[in-house]
Design a protein around this ligand. Sequence first.
Ligand SMILES: *[C@@H]1O[C@H](CO)[C@@H](O)[C@H](O)[C@H]1NC(C)=O
Ligand SMILES: *[C@@H]1O[C@H](CO)[C@@H](O)[C@H](O)[C@H]1NC(C)=O
Ligand SMILES: *[C@@H]1O[C@H](CO)[C@@H](O)[C@H](O)[C@H]1NC(C)=O
Ligand SMILES: *[C@@H]1O[C@H](CO)[C@@H](O)[C@H](O)[C@H]1NC(C)=O
Ligand SMILES: *[C@@H]1O[C@H](CO)[C@@H](O)[C@H](O)[C@H]1NC(C)=O
Ligand SMILES: *[C@@H]1O[C@H](CO)[C@@H](O)[C@H](O)[C@H]1NC(C)=O
Ligand SMILES: *[C@@H]1O[C@H](CO)[C@@H](O)[C@H](O)[C@H]1NC(C)=O
Ligand SMILES: *[C@@H]1O[C@H](CO)[C@@H](O)[C@H](O)[C@H]1NC(C)=O
Ligand SMILES: *[C@@H]1O[C@H](CO)[C@@H](O)[C@H](O)[C@H]1NC(C)=O
Length: 625
Amino acid sequence: MLKPLLIFLFFFFSTAPQLSYSLQAPYVLRISCGARSDVHTRPTNTQWSKDFAYTGGVFANATQPSFITPPLNTLRHFPLSEGPENCYNIDKVPSGHYSVRIFFGLVAEPGFDNEPLFDVSVEGTLIYSLPSGWSNHDDERAFVEALVYLTNGTATLCFHSTGHGDPAILSIEILQVDDRAYNLGLNSGQGTILKTGKRLSCGAEQPRFDVDYSGDLWGGDRFWNSISTFGRHSDRVIFTKDSIKQASQAPNFYPETLYQTAIVSTDNQPDLAYTLDVEPTRNYSIWFHFAEIDPLIIQAGQRIFDIVINGDIALANVDIVNMTGDISRALVLNTTVAVDGRNLAITFHPQRGSHAIVSAIEIFEVITAESKTDIDEVRALQTLKTALGLPLRFGWNGDPCVPPQHPWSGADCKFDKNSSKWVIDGLVLDNQGLRGFLPNDMSRLQNIQSINLSGNSIHGAIPSSLGTVTSIEKLDLSYNFFNGSIPETLGQLTSLQTLNLNSNSLSGRVPSALGGRLLHRASFNFTDNSGLCGIPGLPTCGPHLSTGAVVGIGLGAFAAILLLITFLTCWWKRRQNILRAQRIATREAPYAKARTHFSRDVQLVRHHAHENTRTAVENGPSLLS
Ligand SMILES: *[C@@H]1O[C@H](CO)[C@@H](O)[C@H](O)[C@H]1NC(C)=O
Ligand SMILES: *[C@@H]1O[C@H](CO)[C@@H](O)[C@H](O)[C@H]1NC(C)=O
Ligand SMILES: *[C@@H]1O[C@H](CO)[C@@H](O)[C@H](O)[C@H]1NC(C)=O
Ligand SMILES: *[C@@H]1O[C@H](CO)[C@@H](O)[C@H](O)[C@H]1NC(C)=O
Ligand SMILES: *[C@@H]1O[C@H](CO)[C@@H](O)[C@H](O)[C@H]1NC(C)=O
Ligand SMILES: *[C@@H]1O[C@H](CO)[C@@H](O)[C@H](O)[C@H]1NC(C)=O
Ligand SMILES: *[C@@H]1O[C@H](CO)[C@@H](O)[C@H](O)[C@H]1NC(C)=O
Ligand SMILES: *[C@@H]1O[C@H](CO)[C@@H](O)[C@H](O)[C@H]1NC(C)=O
Ligand SMILES: *[C@@H]1O[C@H](CO)[C@@H](O)[C@H](O)[C@H]1NC(C)=O
């Protein structure tokens, strides 16, 4: 994250007609990418902040590709190993209307791709794809500039690799302009981005920035290329030193100097014609600047011309003096046209008088700002990124779904017309060597239909909150280290058709709602886990048995208890006998002795009796034995 320094600007324009307006300085942030300390550049002593706090990318020495590139010595480039999407998230930018400009650089080291080609987006909207050959031109190809509304306190600028070298950024400028600047009328507003295509100062000797013209700070320091002829030898440059009325006015604050030169046509060739190569099937907003500085024209009706764009009259009967009511007074006209082909041809065609005139032309591409991704879903993915320890090469930076040309790798997006937001439709992160765990927060992806995290090393539990994401149709968590039981809540996923939980360390009962679904064309795989049970094909679960088994176990247990009681009884009796014997032998010895004597006596007696009975035995059975 970049913590921009607050920049106070105390410029004072004694000549500015709107003094009170200009006293309040616009927000200005200029960043010298890769710089480790703040930089001032000549000749205007412009201040550039260091961007050392920014962590992504690599800083390097820079070469300036073109004459108009700011004289900065460092740049920041983004190797593909750090991911295809790289962003500057610039904090604390007050809500407002801004001119955002990015200059590209070339790494000053041998062996570097000497002209990287990549895409640039602002606030999720793609505004530029660098054309090959950009570094050989001293014109708008060396930078990208767009007028955008920044409303969330943050400016997000992203650079998207296209596989043609490392994106390399020399500087970033965020310059506040008037909220009403470049208002197109009906089609204008916060949903519209104007990307600068071309700015031509007709008759100027060299390219200039507003600052070179001492232009107002609220003008956004525009770059004006110079042009002295539209290609016809008859085109002629005229200029004046007279002051121009109505220049440098709110909301656009065009520099007065712009109107002090012009190109005019001559008798040989009354049309002025300018053609620009453009991207086809886009809308272009074109702004024309006039001031009657030709000493031959002194009143209305002397010069009237049409402005024809690609063969259609865009503005008819332009009479500068009539429309401004004066000579040397600025006139700004704008029109928006749809262009099908690759050419934007502008012709100034005289209707009265034989010459056309023009001071400056601005051409913008009108771009509709992209809707962003639902903020809840963005947060869910950010949590997931951390929880899974997503490698740098994924480059999950900026917005997940926009620009639609560069969604986050592994994220499938769809546009939800209902909310006018992008939402996550699928996550495909199989076999990516991911570790970590699945956060509960994942359930904020309330529109996701398909999740494939198969073949990673994700451990921990399956979040039970997934049961609230009723849109899930496919959930593949196979070949991971998920443990614990399958959350009962997964049974609530009524759209679930594919559920692969095989080859994990799951245990416990498969939710019965899932088991019941197997009959309905669903494809579930629970095999190869440490201890899942409860559906056909898996072992039966311990605590839940059939009636027969319960009866059998009951009887068995009963028998075992009987056996145990019998055994205990026997043991007790035997023990009693032993104890009695011991008692006789030890503890009660005197008594035992006495008894012995007694028994001896008895025996003696018996002996005698025996002798007596022996006779008796001989005579018949004895009663003593
Ligand atoms: C940049 O150039 C300076 C000399 O101008 C050199 O000392 C420095 O090491 C270079 N830095 C890098 C990152 O190449
Ligand atoms: C922008 O800020 C508004 C209000 O703070 C918020 O409702 C909205 O979600 C934010 N948008 C984005 C994309 O962050
Ligand atoms: C640009 O043109 C539109 C319509 O053609 C008009 O509403 C708007 O005021 C013009 N803007 C300026 C600054 O002249
Ligand atoms: C051009 O503008 C028209 C009318 O505003 C609009 O319908 C169309 O979608 C725009 N085309 C592009 C490519 O933005
Ligand atoms: C200025 O233009 C209006 C129509 O747009 C016309 O009625 C008027 O006559 C013109 N004035 C002059 C002096 O040509
Ligand atoms: C669209 O949103 C409304 C409420 O914002 C909701 O009631 C409706 O069900 C949604 N429609 C769709 C198709 O999601
Ligand atoms: C998930 O990805 C694997 C390839 O790694 C593939 O075999 C499997 O079919 C995918 N799962 C689903 C549900 O598409
Ligand atoms: C799952 O594994 C983690 C370690 O990865 C362990 O802390 C946790 O106790 C295990 N949970 C269960 C239910 O076995
Ligand atoms: C289920 O997963 C196992 C591996 O864990 C695999 O061998 C088997 O083919 C899978 N069954 C089906 C129907 O895909």
